[in-house]
Design a protein around this ligand. Structure first.
Ligand SMILES: [Zn+2]
Length: 475
């Protein structure tokens, strides 16, 4: 069993061997908390959640760091526009992001550092870079990384500084700061406050007062929580350049091994165009959660292999819903027949070899889902004509596979009711109606039995008859 993952830096699928046997350190670039999340923000987070669940099931101890960028140009601009303190604005949207992650069943990261909590570590890296001649200050809080001082600059995205257009990846800075840079592609490690920016948004450094550049934030947090050299660094595809290129250049120039491999998650597109708020086609997570149950949204985001673009169409949620209902329907019926299976048993259960092969192959979720569907069919035929033992086997196998995808229908995460008392009361009332209907049917009183069925239908309750008696669902 070898886990193979695509490495953006090597541009090929490579065997994954952790630096420390049995352990994996992962750094995932988290949200810049300045506005509510859309599905494009959630896709990489869900892809890394699946990666983490799979590595864990493979017996590895995973440390996952996902940061919160709580200070940067956008946070300052948006908070000013909203008339809030920048830190209050960041805290507000950090909570909105957390709610979205929780709603979609994302396991919380091992640590979730805020950038503003690692300022001394950022200054430490900056000091090393200045000392080694890879960074220079142009006075008054501006410090730049000198890309020409680092011959490996561009290695992650296989570009040479000379081949970059002046605008590509270059930071837009105004006036004297721009003129003072040695090279248009030198990027900011530290930025002097702009006129009108709040005093609380800058920190003292040996190079003057200012605030960190975005790239330096991630380099500092990765080193602080995962060490100088760690296994996997990832994020959305659009972060490869300049963000990840710059992170790698400054960390390695400072003398750290940094990430041993890079994983990038493709975009969510609409009509082939990357979804983003600036295009006006952003689909907010809150909006989708009002259109479909949370596991349906998660299924839609998780079902496509992470390196393929996910084309979001009006049918995406409907298709996910149909599949989810088939999966959860089987789990409900099978559990009713053979009883609930404890979560510990699901966590320890073996997944089918074909499923493992698919997941080991760069997280080939579509192929893994094909195995899930084979077992769904086998489970349904076991329900129709098999033994209880056969039903239970398929239930355990299916739930174990779905658990890897964060989509086990019996996970309490997906319990629909927020208040058990309503569910209990409804259950009792519907059971009484179904009992009366069964008695009417036994007495061949079809008028009464149909009337009960219609009454339930009018209340939004659908009745299905099966060999084991009548079952009901909300329609
Ligand atoms: Zn980052």
């Amino acid at each position: 069993m070898t886990i193979r993952l695509f490495d953006t830096a090597a541009r090929e699928v490579r065997d994954f061997t952790p630096i420390t046997p049995g352990e994996v350190g992962i750094y995932l670039c988290g949200a810049t908390v300045q506005a509510p999340p859309h599905v494009g923000h959630l896709r990489p987070v869900i892809a890394f959640d699946v990666l983490r669940r799979w590595l864990t099931r493979r017996g590895l101890k995973v440390t996952l760091i996902r940061n919160v960028t709580d200070i940067d140009d956008k946070v300052l601009a948006k908070s000013a526009a909203a008339g809030r303190e920048w830190w209050a604005h960041a805290a507000l949207y950090e909570r909105v992001f957390t709610e979205a992650y929780d709603a979609l069943g994302v396991i919380p990261p091992t640590y979730e550092p805020r950038a503003t909590g690692s300022v001394p570590e950022m200054v430490g890296i900056m000091d090393r870079l200045v000392e080694k001649g890879h960074a220079y200050s142009t006075g008054a809080g501006n410090v730049w990384f000198d890309v020409r001082s680092w011959p490996a600059y561009g290695e992650l995205t296989r570009q040479k500084v000379d081949d970059l257009s002046p605008e590509e990846g270059a930071e837009v800075v105004a006036g004297s700061a721009a003129e003072a840079k040695k090279n248009p592609h030198d990027f900011a490690l530290w930025k002097a406050p702009k006129p009108g920016e709040p005093e609380s948004a800058s920190w003292d450094t040996p190079y003057g007062r200012g605030r960190p550049g975005w790239h330096l934030e991630c380099s500092a947090m990765a080193r602080r929580y995962l060490g100088e050299t760690f296994d996997i660094h990832g994020g959305g595809l659009d972060l490869r350049f300049p963000h990840h290129e710059n992170e790698q250049a400054q960390s390695r120039a400072a003398g750290y091994g940094f990430a041993q491999r890079w994983m990038h998650v493709a975009w969510v597109t609409q009509s082939g165009v990357k979804m983003s708020k600036s295009l006006g086609n952003g689909l907010l997570v809150s909006e989708l959660l009002s259109q479909a149950p949370a596991p349906v949204v998660r299924y839609a985001l998780a079902a496509v292999q992470y390196r393929s673009m996910l084309e979001w169409s009006p049918d995406t949620l409907d298709e996910a819903r149909t599949t989810w209902e088939r999966l959860s329907g089987f789990v409900t019926r099978a559990s009713e027949r053979v009883g609930d299976v404890p979560a510990e048993e699901i966590a320890k259960a073996e997944v089918p070899e074909a499923f493992a092969v698919a997941m080991d192959d760069d997280l080939n979720v579509p192929q893994a889902l094909a195995v899930v569907h084979e077992h769904l069919r086998a489970g349904n035929s076991a329900l129709a004509s098999g033994t209880d033992a056969a039903v239970r086997d398929e239930l355990v196998t299916l739930r174990a596979m779905l658990d890897v995808l964060g989509l086990d229908p019996a996970d309490p995460q997906w319990a629909t009711s927020t208040d058990d008392r309503y569910a209990t009361a409804l259950d009792g009332l519907v059971a009484a109606e179904l009992k009366a209907r069964a008695e009417a049917r036994a007495a061949k009183d079809w008028a009464t039995s149909d009337a009960i069925r219609d009454r339930l239908a009018a209340a939004g309750i659908e009745v299905q008859d099966s060999a084991d008696g009548a079952r009901w669902t909300l329609s």
